[in-house]
Design a protein around this ligand. Structure first.
Ligand code: PMP
Length: 287
């Protein structure tokens, strides 16, 4: 069925949802976005995603033409109009149409695009058996050049690393930072468990501050686990007891192999399973 897309300030038919070829979002990846889950008709961690969107926009000096409250209402409206019960929202704000040059003063009409659709997930066996990863040779963007906390429309860094994962037959790939430390995966944050302590790279590793990452860290602390943000090497990962990824689409997914090394027992570990169960409970209860 054709979707209703929120574009500008109203819902339009999918076939009419068009933006200019002069939009800087297309010409330069000049814009910001969010990916948000809908569970049982409720937009999950909605405020956190809206906050990150406006922070990303502020960092790139993009003034979003809607207030955060109106944006939130527009997301709700789009979810309802498409009868999405369990699904995924893609929220995009572009710089708008400009000239063929870089000067943002020549752009006008930043475009707000909201797509609410069903979600494509990792294959089911990924959750029962865990996934394998390889380390990509493409390093994460230097955070001094472009903060990785900006969720911008320019995802080439991640796409180039993902291609390496795909070539190796995997659905994700590990990315290191400019210091050779573990950063994150191409669309997911990474955690390890060592001696029942959860370890994950800090924001200074040059990662996206994942909303699932933050929620899982909170759940883990509530459950009595020690959680530490720290720099990690690939060696730390190879000798971990457990490893898992977090992300809006992935939720919590076990990693059981990295670069041909078996991680822990080679099966999803008890802490990972416990945190997945706690996270799923949150997706059912959070309003
Ligand atoms: N890192 C990157 C590079 C991402 O694109 C994403 C989102 N897909 C994540 C981490 C996970 O963030 P979140 O939990 O907010 O989806």
């Amino acid at each position: 069925m054709a979707l209703k897309i929120f574009l500008g300030n109203k819902l339009v038919d999918e076939a009419d949802a068009k933006v200019s070829v002069f939009d800087h979002g297309l010409l330069y990846g000049d814009g910001v976005f969010e990916g948000i889950r809908v569970y049982s008709g409720r937009v999950f961690l909605h405020q956190q995603h809206i906050d990150r969107l406006y922070e990303s926009a502020k960092a790139i000096r993009l003034v979003i033409p809607l207030s955060p409250a109106d944006m939130k209402a527009a997301v709700e409206q789009t979810v309802k109009a498409n009868n999405i019960d369990d699904g995924y929202v893609r929220l995009v704000v572009t710089r708008g149409a400009g000239s063929l040059g870089l000067d943002i003063r020549k752009t006008s009409n930043p475009q707000v695009i909201i797509i609410a659709d069903t979600i494509s997930l990792y294959p089911p066996e990924t959750y029962t058996k865990g996934m394998q990863l390889v380390t990509a040779s493409t390093i994460r963007n230097h955070p001094g050049a472009l903060s990785s906390r900006i969720k911008s429309l320019n995802y080439l860094n991640n796409i180039l690393a993902r291609i390496e994962g795909t070539d190796a037959g995997m659905v994700e790939a590990l990315m290191l930072n400019h210091k050779g430390e573990v950063a994150e995966c191409t669309g997911d944050n990474i955690f390890i468990v060592k001696n029942r302590v959860l370890l994950t790279p800090g924001l200074d590793a040059g990662i996206l501050e994942g909303i699932t990452r933050n929620a899982v860290m909170e759940l883990a602390v509530e459950a009595g686990y020690e959680v530490r943000e720290t720099s990690l090497t690939r060696h730390d990962l190879y000798i971990a007891d457990e490893m898992f990824l977090t992300g809006t689409a992935a939720e919590v997914v076990a990693v059981v192999g990295l670069d041909g090394r078996k991680i822990g027992s080679g099966e999803p570990g008890p802490v990972t399973k416990d945190l997945l169960a706690r996270f799923q409970k949150l997706t059912r209860s959070e309003t």
